[in-house]
Design a protein around this ligand. Structure first.
Ligand code: 5GP
Length: 116
């Protein structure tokens, strides 16, 4: 799995289309193709990191950037004050389906808790 290109790498390389809302040297942010709420963005490192278990101290700047971008998007789309949820799913029990880490940024309605 490590040597095959992930769907998100293909988006970064413009091999498949996505609605890109933000991009810089470290991350890209897109609209989720199958939104679970009125706002559903993914903030994705350009470097393929398969799961949260693969993160280490060398990723501090990257993680900081991911959450900075999430805050900025929340402000830009005006749901920072109403609120939102950020989620990293990890492996089978976490419901991860794409093995290239991504932060879900979800808002636009009141979200239920606990998750199913
Ligand atoms: P996970 O289940 O791994 O936490 O989240 C993967 C997310 O990626 C899902 O919410 C799914 O809808 C989204 N996704 C999968 N393939 C594509 C794609 O080709 N384009 C976009 N924009 N989102 C995708």
């Amino acid at each position: 799995m490590k040597n095959t290109k992930s769907i998100f790498e293909m988006i970064v390389d413009r091999e498949i289309d996505a609605k890109i809302v933000y991009e810089d040297d470290l991350v890209i942010s897109i609209e989720d193709i199958n939104p679970v709420a009125p706002y559903h963005f993914l903030i994705i490192p350009k470097e393929k990191i398969s799961t949260l278990n693969d993160l280490n101290n060398s990723h501090k700047e990257l993680l900081n950037r991911i959450f900075e971008v999430a805050r900025n998007i929340a402000k830009e789309f005006n749901f920072d004050q109403k609120g939102y949820r950020t989620i990293f799913n990890c492996n089978e029990y976490g419901g991860q389906t794409v093995y290239h880490i991504h932060l879900h940024l979800i808002s636009g309605r009141k979200l239920g808790w606990p998750p199913g």
